[in-house]
Structure formats: C-alpha cells, structure tokens
Design a protein. Sequence first.
Length: 308
Amino acid sequence: MKVLQEQLKFKLTRYAPTPSGFLHLGNIFSFIFTYHIAKRFDAKIQLRIDDLDSERVKNKYLQDIFDTLDFLGLPYHLGPKNIKEFKEEYSQQNRRSLYDKAVETLKDSGQLFACDCSRKKIRNLHPKGYYTGYCHQRNLEFESPDVAWRMRLDGSSKIILNDLLKGRVESKVPQEIAFCIIRRKDGLPAYQLASLVDDLHYGTDLIVRGRDLWASSLVQVSIASQLPSNNFSKSLFLHHPLFKGPDNKKLSKSFGATSIRNLRKSGNKKEAIFRLIGAYLKLEKPLNCLEDFEFLSQLTNQSPQRKK
C-alpha cells in the first residue's frame, strides 16, 4: 500500500455523524479508524454533527451521539459536550451564512444552473439513474419554484486527490457526479457543499471516510477549486473499507439490532461491543478495547489474521 510522504503531520480530523438515527456498529468502526489515524498523525479530533436537514434531526439521536462516545470511551478534542452547547455554538444552522455565501460565489461565477428534474425523470433518462445534464442549456430561472441548483464539473480536467492508501491519485470526474447538486429544491445547501464549507471553516485537513464516499471527495476537491483561496486540495484522505453486517451488506441506521443503544439495552459492555466489531471483521484475535484497534493506523498487511 502506498503512503504519502509529502506531509507527516496534519492538524485536524473529525467525527461527523448525522443525528437522523441511533449510531450503529458501522459508525463506530469509522470513528475508531478516525481516532487511530489522528493519533498516527498527531492530529486533533473534532466532533462535528451534521444537522443541516433539521426535519430529520431528533434530540434523542443527538443525545445518543454523546452517550455512545462517552460509553465507548471515544475521545475528541474540539466540539460540543452536550445538546445545549451543540445547539448554541456548533449547529450547522449557525453557519448558514457561510454556506449561502459559497453558493452565491459559485452562482456569480457562472458555475451553476437551475434544474427541475424529478428523481423519476432522471432514472428514465439514464439506465443507472445518473443525471445527464438535461437542464444545463434550458436556462431556467434560479428563483423558479421547485428547482435545484447544480454545478457542472469539468469532465476534461483531472482532479488530484491525496489518499493515504493509494497515494496521489489523478481522476477524471465520474459520470455519476458530473452535475452535482449545490442547493437543494427546498433551498438548503446540499451535503457536498456544506461538508466542504465546514472543513474549510474549521481547517480540517485529515479526512477519514468510507470508500462509498470516494466520489464525494472528488466532488468536494473540485468545488473547492472554484472557491476563494483555500488549501483543501492539500488535505489527506483515507477511504476505509466499509463495515458490513452478517449478511455482507453495509450497515445503516435501519439496522436497529446493530445500534449501540440496543446493544447496551441488551446488557452489553463496551468490551463486548469491541469484540463484536472484531467478529464482524472476521478477525481471529479478540479486540477488547479501543487500543486493540491500533493496527488500523498502520495500513499494512500486518493486521490481525482473519478467520478462515
């Protein structure tokens, strides 16, 4: 595996859960990965809760984030310690002006266009459901009702991504993200923009996420190149393997049995939860505590053996 040698230290990484459900084993696996990569590079960890879509956010899910991190002993250096502090100081609702400013910057530069396509129409236009730019030349008014604002990414240019596993990667814009949404039909900034603006605002330069978000990383590096002077392209990314359940499917918040809340209610201690993660990873050596996962930070083949 290739490891970048250009930078040896990074300042800040983050746990970035969305409070739309109870945290599950897949979330914790990603947090553990983040914790050990942060230790490796002597970076601080921020708890950054993505609550922009307020209709999906519930206080019980917010409280679950704090309870779960505390129960498992997953530390962080920056960010809220409770719901009150989060809402008063750290909520994405408090950064709406930053997102809106970035959206207007892209709009003023001519990078955006309005689109009124429904999901059904997009599926009908492409066998894989990729948006093909149907509205790009229609010149719809930005202030028309029920339109999203999209950005056309330059398919002829290469995006350079610094990845801890793959090294320096040059990639063209994948077809599925060639026309990414910047502002949703409900007027909210899209995830890709809000996440990027948050990383720029806080100075995040070490980004740990699942392999399923590889395209998101490419989108965000591309968008950052169109915003005022920033160093986002110099960030180091790690796209870790996805954590899968017994049926070999990626876990989601609909998998209630794997939520930490339900496991705790069933009487499981944190050691049992760490062992369960190790069992799902099919490792021979039991993992009983946070530090037993230190092998993740080494990114070599010298990790605990998998069960045959």
